[in-house]
Design a protein around this ligand. Structure first.
Ligand code: DAH
Length: 339
C-alpha cells in the first residue's frame, strides 16, 4: 500500500507540475484531493490493516495529501504569475499617451449668486433665516396685509395645494415667521425658492428670491436706500448704483421698486435695458404698521424696512445669461461654462 501511495504522489506531482491552466489545475485538485479521490480511498482502506498499523499509515496518507496540496498551490502561483507576465507583455502601456481629462464640477450660477448675496449681507451683520416652501395663506398673504381680493391670490398666479395651503409666491413669508418668533432688533435675509404660475424668457414657475428685513428703533427710508446701494455696489461693482421708484405692495408703506444701472451699458441704453439704462431688481418699502401690529410689535416704537430681490435675476445680470430658462434646463454645455 505504501508504494502505491508514493506512486500516486509521484504521478500527481508529474501531472501538476506539467499543468498550464488554472482550469485544469482545478480538475487535478478535485481528482487528487476531493472526497472521491484516490488519496481519500486510501483512508477507507485503513480498516483492512491490522489495528496497530493504522495510525502510522493514516499519518502517511495525510502527509501525502498535504504534499499534493502544496504542489497544487505552488503550481497555481506559477500559472498566475505566467498569466500576469503574459498580460503585461500583451497590454503594453504607452506612457507617452495623453491622460484622460477629468471633468471638474462647478457650482450652479444660482448657487453662486445665492452664496455671494449671503456673504455680502452676513458681512453687514444680517442673519440668514429660513421658511418652508409649502406655506399657508396666512403667512403668504393675510399676515402680509394682502386684501382678500388681491389678484396675486388668484389661482392663475398662485399654485394652491388646497384651499389654505400653497407654494409660497414670495420669500416675504419669512418676514412674518421671523417676527412671530423674535423681538426687535431684527436684521435678517432669507434666500429661498418661490413659485408662481408664470413661464417665459424672464419668468420661471420656480424661481429664487432673497428677502431682507430690518426692524429696530429709528429705521427710516434713508437706511433702506443706503443698504440697497451698498449691496448693489458690492454685488455688481462700484459703477453700478441703484434707484427706487414709487410702487405699491400691500405689506409696505411707502413701497418702491428697485432699479439698478444697467450692468451692460452702464446707463447709456442698450438691448439688455431696452434703452432705458436701468434694470428692475425687486421691490422694497417700509414695513406697513399693520404688519408690525399684527405680530404684536409696537409700531409707535419700532419701524422697519424690507426688500425682496430676484436671485435668478442677479445671476443673469452678473453672469450675462440672456434667458432665464437656461438656469433651469441644466444643459451640461451651459453649466460647464461656470466651472
Ligand atoms: N415680495 C415681493 C414680490 O415678490 C417683493 C417685495 C416687495 C419684497 C417689497 C419686499 C418688499 O420685502 O418690501 O414681488
Amino acid at each position: 500500500m505504501e508504494t502505491k501511495l508514493s506512486q500516486l504522489v509521484k504521478a500527481a506531482e508529474n501531472e501538476i507540475t506539467a499543468c498550464k491552466s488554472l482550469h485544469e489545475l482545478m480538475l487535478l485538485k478535485s481528482r487528487y484531493t476531493g472526497k472521491k479521490s484516490e488519496i481519500m480511498a486510501f483512508m477507507q482502506q485503513l480498516v483492512a490493516l491490522p489495528k496497530p498499523e493504522r495510525p502510522a499509515f493514516g499519518q502517511k496518507v495525510n502527509i501525502a495529501k498535504e504534499r499534493v496540496i502544496e504542489l497544487l498551490n505552488k503550481q497555481e502561483e506559477i500559472i498566475k504569475e505566467e498569466i500576469y507576465r503574459k498580460s503585461l507583455l500583451e497590454n503594453k502601456l504607452d506612457i507617452s499617451m495623453p491622460g484622460r481629462k477629468m471633468m471638474r464640477g462647478g457650482l450652479h450660477p444660482i448657487t453662486r449668486a445665492w452664496r455671494e448675496i449671503e456673504d455680502i449681507f452676513i458681512g453687514m451683520g444680517f442673519e440668514v433665516a429660513e421658511g418652508p416652501d409649502i406655506e399657508d395663506e396666512y403667512h403668504n398673504f393675510d399676515a402680509l396685509n394682502t386684501p382678500q381680493d388681491h389678484p396675486a391670490r388668484n389661482l392663475s398666479d398662485t399654485f394652491y395645494v388646497n384651499d389654505d395651503v400653497l407654494l409660497r409666491t414670495q420669500t416675504s413669508t419669512v418676514q412674518i415667521r421671523v417676527m412671530e418668533n423674535n423681538e426687535p432688533p431684527i436684521k435678517i435675509i432669507s434666500p429661498g425658492r418661490c413659485y408662481r404660475n408664470d413661464n417665459d424668457a424672464s419668468h420661471s414657475p420656480a424661481f429664487h428670491q432673497v428677502e431682507a428685513l430690518v426692524v429696530d428703533k429709528n429705521i427710516d427710508f434713508a437706511d433702506l436706500k443706503d443698504m440697497l446701494n451698498i449691496f448693489v455696489k458690492k454685488m455688481f461693482g462700484d459703477d453700478i448704483s441703484s434707484r427706487i421708484r414709487p410702487h405699491f405692495f400691500p405689506f409696505t408703506e411707502p413701497s418702491a421698486e428697485i432699479d439698478i444701472v444697467c450692468v451692460k451699458c452702464k446707463g447709456t441704453g442698450c438691448n439688455v435695458c431696452k434703452g432705458s439704462g436701468w434694470l428692475e431688481m425687486g421691490g422694497a418699502g417700509m414695513v406697513d404698521p399693520n404688519v408690525l401690529e399684527g405680530l404684536k410689535i409696537d409700531s409707535e416704537i419700532y419701524s422697519g424696512y424690507a426688500f425682496g430681490l430676484g436671485i435668478d435675476r442677479v445671476a443673469m445680470l452678473k453672469y450675462k445669461i440672456p434667458d432665464m430658462r437656461l438656469l433651469f434646463e441644466n444643459d451640461i454645455r451651459f453649466l460647464r461654462q461656470f466651472v
